[in-house]
Design a protein around this ligand. Structure first.
Ligand SMILES: Nc1ncnc2c1ncn2[C@@H]1O[C@H](COP(=O)(O)OP(=O)(O)OP(=O)(O)O)[C@@H](O)[C@H]1O
Length: 227
């Protein structure tokens, strides 16, 4: 599903080496954690997958195609393959949970019967059907994050990227969010979670990739948090 072949990313202005000769393969349906100290390159890894940044050297492939294939008008096609849960894509605060999840589908012109069905399934997957009329301010942070996950999966993307999805959550909410991500994975979606949450990584074990100063220093199929 995802291949990095000797990928280096050096940000041009500051000449920061964010990723350094990274080679890896992530198969369809895997659940993978990406861990490392602050600045190790986790977000840069995600940015490369979304083509928000371009590798200085090496090749990134998604579904067997190099990202150079998704150029110009094809770039949105790549992004549609990936559901994202990032700290900076917040919910729209004037829309309720249901409408937040529906928003992107409605504007892409999916027929009403279909998007309604999909929104219901997505809210059910994250366990929030009963909160569909609540505005974001009426939801806990954990619930808001679960709505964000529903929004990411509503178009049924094969890949889900989550950058610090439990960043500002307490332990109970963090576990809930993690379980929801595992459910998403059970539907067949490849899930990649960048996180600092040691306890979660050690409790809910999955393959864990460790970055240190841009280098992939561990790839542990059994998981575990060693920076
Ligand atoms: N747009 C940018 N321009 C220049 N340097 C950048 C840019 N974005 C990130 N960096 C640098 O690249 C390195 C990797 O940053 P990155 O955000 O990928 O790390 P991270 O592992 O996600 O960190 P954190 O856990 O703090 O989010 C850091 O040294 C950072 O300062």
């Amino acid at each position: 599903m995802i291949d990095f072949k000797q990928v280096t990313l050096e940000y041009p202005v500051t000449r920061t080496l964010a990723l350094d000769d990274v080679t890896l393969h992530i198969g369809k349906g895997e659940f993978v954690y990406l861990v490392g100290h602050s600045g190790a390159g986790k977000s840069s890894f995600m940015n490369l997958l979304l083509k928000r940044a371009l590798p200085t050297r090496g090749v990134v492939q998604v579904a067997g195609l190099p990202l150079s294939h998704y150029r110009g008008r094809k770039t949105p096609l790549l992004r549609r393959r990936m559901g994202t849960v990032f700290q900076d894509n917040l919910l729209l605060d004037h829309l309720n949970a249901y409408d937040n999840v529906a928003f992107a589908l409605r504007v892409t012109g999916v027929p009403a019967r279909e998007w309604r069905q999909r929104v219901t399934v997505a809210l059910r997957t994250v366990g929030l059907e009963h909160k569909k009329t609540a505005l974001p301010v009426q939801l806990s942070l954990g619930e808001q994050q679960r709505v964000a996950i529903a929004r990411a999966i509503v178009s049924d993307p094969p890949i889900m990227l989550a950058d610090e999805p439990t960043g500002n959550l307490d332990p109970d909410n963090s576990r809930e969010v993690l379980k929801v991500l595992q459910n998403v994975n059970l539907r067949g979606t490849t899930v990649i979670v960048a996180t600092h949450a040691r306890e979660l990584v050690e409790t809910y074990r999955h393959r864990t990739l460790t970055l240190r100063k841009g280098k992939l220093v561990r790839d542990d199929p059994l998981g575990g948090y060693t920076l």
